[in-house]
Design a protein around this ligand. Structure first.
Ligand SMILES: [Zn+2]
Length: 155
């Protein structure tokens, strides 16, 4: 996952360099692709682990749950978010690229505000939330944290 983060940083740098020659719309599209790529790989790790351990009863991005959490455990009413350290400003390893920090700060701040709104809304609906940072996928602690909230789970 460290490599993934590095890749994202490199890509971010590339985007900064290219930003002048890209229209605002193109830049958003490019960022969406980078973001999508990062999300997919971290989600894949979680999905593979759940499947390997035979943990069932979850859906990915259910449309009927506010904020379309990355994973949703219906029986426990538990929404799981797997967040990229860069895009969601992880306090442990999130840092801003050197060029155009304000641009990235604005973008990341928007993500943070959205995260907060989604979690607050879900809690009001009686849905618990759990967040796993990208860097946490390096060891099995996240799995213990998740399992402690599920009924049939032995990590
Ligand atoms: Zn992190």
């Amino acid at each position: 996952m460290q490599r993934n983060l590095l890749e994202q940083s490199v890509l971010s740098g590339l985007i900064n360099d290219m930003a002048d020659s890209l229209s605002k719309r193109d830049r958003s599209a490019l960022m969406a692709r980078v973001k999508g790529k990062g999300n997919r790989s971290t989600e894949k790790v979680v999905e593979k682990t759940l499947k390997a351990l035979g943990i069932k009863g979850w859906q990915k991005h259910p449309k009927n749950v506010f904020g379309k959490p990355d994973f949703y455990f219906k029986r426990e009413r538990l929404a799981l978010f797997v967040d990229g350290c860069f895009w969601h400003a992880c306090p442990h390893c999130g840092r801003l690229p050197k060029s155009r920090p304000l641009f990235w700060l604005t973008k990341i701040h928007g993500n943070r505000r959205r995260d907060y709104r989604v979690r607050r809304t879900l809690r009001k609906e009686g849905i618990q939330t759990i967040r796993i940072w990208e860097h946490e996928l390096n060891n099995a602690q996240w799995l213990k944290r998740l399992c402690s909230r599920l009924r049939d789970c032995r990590p």
